[in-house]
Ligand binder design. Sequence first.
Ligand code: SF4
Ligand code: SF4
Length: 292
Amino acid sequence: MIFDIQHFCTYDGPGIRTVVFFKGCPLRCVWCCNPESQKATPELMFDGEKCIRCFKCICPKGALKHTDEVLLDRDICNVCGECQELCPTNALRVVGRLLSVDEVMKEVLEERVFYSENGGVTFSGGEPFMQSEFLLELSKLSKLEKLSVVVETSGYAKWEKIEKTLQYVDLIFFDIKSCDSERHFVLTGVRNELILENLKKIATECETVVRVPVVEGYNFKDESDVFKLAEICRNADVEKIDLLRYHRLGEKKYRMLGRKYDLEVGDTRFIHYMKKILEEEGFKVMIGGTNY
Ligand code: SF4
Ligand code: SF4
C-alpha cells in the first residue's frame, strides 16, 4: 500500500533518488506533515481550492451532496474512486494504491540512469516496517540491481520485522520524536522504549543517521531535552544527527482529509541552539541536511 512515488529527490539520502512512500504508520505525531501517510488503507482527499463547482461528481452511494458547494459524507464514502474519474480538476483524489513489488521496481528502475554511483531508492512513509515483507523484497531486489538503499523509519516495529531487511540497506534515517517516554506517548500515541531499543540494535548493523523533528515547546522544551538526546545517540553509537525544522506545509492536507490541525508553534529558533549544544557534545549535526 503506497501513497506516493517521487522522482529526482535529493533530500532523502545521498545522490539523486526515487522515494517510495509506504502508507500506514503506527504513530500519530501531532505535527505530522503527511497525514495521508497514517492510515493503512486508501482515503479520499477533497481539495476545495481546485473545485470549480461543475457538479459532475456523482456518488453511487450518495456520499456527495451538491449545494452551492460539494459536501462529502465520509461516513458513507467507501473510497470506491468513481467520483475521481468524473472530476475534471483532480479536486477529488483517492490516495493510496496497492502495488506489487514488480510494479514498484519497474518505476524505480526507470530512473536508474540518473542515480549514478551513490543515488538509488529510499523507502519512506508512513512506516515502511509496517509492511515488512514488502520492504524486504523491494530492498533485496534493489540491492541486486546495485542501487543504494535507504530506509526512513520511526523505529516502532518488532525487531523480527526489522532485522531481516538490514543486510540489504545502506543507510537508515531513524526518527527520534521525543526523549521522554511520557511526552512521546502524548505527542505520538506510543511510548519510546521499543524505539530506543531498536535504535541501538539497528545502529550496530547499519549506518544510521538520527533524524529529529524539532517542534519547540512540544518535543523539545529546554536544553535538558537536548542533553538527553545526546545521551541516547551516544549510547547507540550514532554520530550524525539531522535536525528537521517544523513547518506547516501539511496543514491543507488535513482539511482535504476532513481532519483538523490544531498545533500552534511560536518560536522556531531553538533548533540552532540545539545544533550548537549537540556539536559541542561531539556530534555531526545538520539542519535538514543533504550532505550524508
Ligand atoms: S469515492 Fe466512491 S463512495 Fe466515496 S464519494 Fe467518491 S464515488 Fe462516493
Ligand atoms: S467534479 Fe470535481 S470540480 Fe466538479 S464539483 Fe465535483 S469536485 Fe468540484
